[in-house]
Unconditional design. Structure first.
Lengths: 274, 221
């Protein structure tokens, strides 16, 4: 266990990217009296994509929602432990959760553009909330975000159209653009492709690979092949007997998918349980 | 039980590999026997029967590709399929050595044998035992046995040295023996390579069990 702990905190090949990454220490989370996560510790590296895998109910989504203080939004939910982003504990006293969420963007399973807003306004929404008012600056920032999300060429002539008129894959990239517009440090993705067809999925995966140069990316996925394709590191979560999610193994994806150390990881990724 | 069908197909794949192994074992036994008895017809049969070995290997490869494409195997499942794929190639090449010895036997034709064959059949016996043990190691996921197979190659190399020295002596003493001695050298070389490939199979077993690719015993040749 000590070895496992050591590995989680200092993955072998890490350069100094842990300093700029996210360090999670002894994280516990509850919904009321039900513990959803127990003693999660791991170092998420910058410039790497980290995939979180595990069966339904193992706490994957809860875990990433703890990384941008969204878990506590649920009534009765609470968190204990540390999450250091660039060395700063986002759960320290006095830290403003809104500021945390600006640094840590999130994309959800179903594309959720603001239904009454245009493509442009969807991306601009976060910027407006952050006080950006000048139209010229706003247009530049929207274009940049749409380019980063590999959507610009497809929507540059329909910026005034309603965001929900786009295809599912485009809507998801619009949501990614919206998250990127406020220039976060981290992008959390909760099963971002599960509602998309294979072509749209492939575009998002290409995008993830491009974005990892600039952002810390954590992706929750049920799709083992997707975790294998896009991530550099993989963490396997599993529910314990009292239903609290625990981290079983965390290692380079290459290692996890060819020769995992834990039998439970092996059984899960080869589809023999879960 | 999820994956029951996939597990069944993996078992079938391994069974098919063992069939290939047994075809190769029969081929090497038959080719040596034909060489010793100077039975041209039997040598011709070995050459012809190699087609069936090639076909079996292609069918195995085809099944491996199909399983990879349709099941997206990972971890031990993937290593198992990759190991079987590699071993099938090794076995097919081992079959080629049996075929090659058959061809050498035909080249020797009606010429009287240079000398009674003693060490060459010993090499064949040891190499065949290595083949059998490497496949047993595969079935039993036995890395200790796999390591032992790699180690056993030293004895085959030593016999090869011995055959080489002996044949060289013949050639130096009487250059008229050069052609017949060279044929026997080729046979010894084929058997030496046959044994090397048995160690490759053993290394694949170690990979399958541990996930580590290592060269266990570097052959002298």
């Amino acid at each position: 266990m000590v070895v496992q702990e050591e590995m989680r905190m200092n993955p072998g090949h890490a350069d100094n990217s842990t300093e700029k990454g996210i360090i999670v220490e002894g994280l516990n989370a509850w919904y009321g009296s039900l513990q959803a996560l127990r003693n999660i510790s791991l170092a998420i590296l910058s410039k790497r994509v980290t995939a979180i895998i595990g069966p339904s109910g193992c706490g994957k989504s809860t875990f990433i929602r703890c990384l941008n203080r969204m878990h506590e939004v649920v009534p009765g939910a609470r968190v204990q432990g540390k999450v250091l982003l660039a060395g700063e504990d986002i759960y320290a006293q006095g830290v403003d959760p809104v500021r945390v969420r600006r640094k840590v963007g999130m994309v959800f399973q179903r594309p959720n553009p603001f239904p009454t807003m245009s493509v442009f306004d969807n991306v601009a929404a976060g910027l407006k909330l952050n006080g950006l008012r000048r139209l010229g600056q706003m247009s530049d920032a929207v274009e940049q975000a749409l380019r980063q999300a590999a959507l610009w060429d497809e929507v540059k002539d329909k910026l005034k159209q309603n965001g929900t008129a786009l295809s599912g894959g485009q809507q998801q990239r619009l949501c990614i653009a919206r998250a990127l517009a406020v220039q976060p440090e981290v992008l959390l993705m909760d099963e971002p492709c599960s509602a998309l067809d294979p072509v749209a999925t492939s575009r998002i995966e290409d995008l993830i690979r491009e974005l990892k140069e600039r952002y810390i990316i954590v992706i929750v996925t049920h799709n083992m092949q997707q975790a294998g394709r896009v991530s550099d590191m993989t963490a396997f979560f599993l529910m314990s007997n009292d239903r609290a999610g625990e981290i079983i193994e965390y290692d380079e994806t290459r290692q996890m998918f060819t020769n995992p150390k834990d039998e439970r990881t092996e059984a899960y990724i080869t589809g023999r349980f879960g | 039980m999820p994956k029951a069908d996939f597990d069944q197909r993996l078992r079938e794949l391994q069974d098919e590999l063992l069939v290939l192994g047994s075809m190769v074992e029969k081929a090497i036994a038959k080719t040596l026997d034909a060489l010793k008895r100077r039975d041209m017809e039997a040598s011709r049969q070995v050459i012809k029967e190699d087609d069936a070995i090639d076909l079996q290997r292609f069918q195995l490869e085809d099944k491996c590709v199909e399983l990879i494409a349709t099941q997206q195997p990972v971890a031990r499942d993937l290593r198992r399929i990759i190991a079987i794929l590699h071993i099938s190639v090794e076995l097919e090449r081992m079959g080629d050595y049996a075929e090659g010895i058959g061809k050498i036997s035909l080249m020797m034709g009606e010429e009287p044998p240079l000398k009674p064959l003693i060490d060459i059949p010993r090499m064949a016996e040891k190499a065949t035992s290595m083949l059998r043990r490497s496949l047993d190691a595969l079935v039993n996921r036995d890395i200790v046995e796999a390591m032992a197979v790699c180690k056993a190659d030293d004895a085959v190399d030593a016999l090869h040295d011995q055959v080489y020295r002996e044949l060289l002596t013949y050639m130096i003493q009487d250059p008229k023996t050069i052609q017949r001695a060279t044929y026997l050298l080729w046979v010894a070389h084929d058997l030496e390579r046959f044994a090397d490939r048995a160690t490759n199979i053993a290394e694949r077993v170690i990979y399958l069990v541990t996930g580590k690719m290592t060269e266990i015993n570097v052959s002298k040749y």
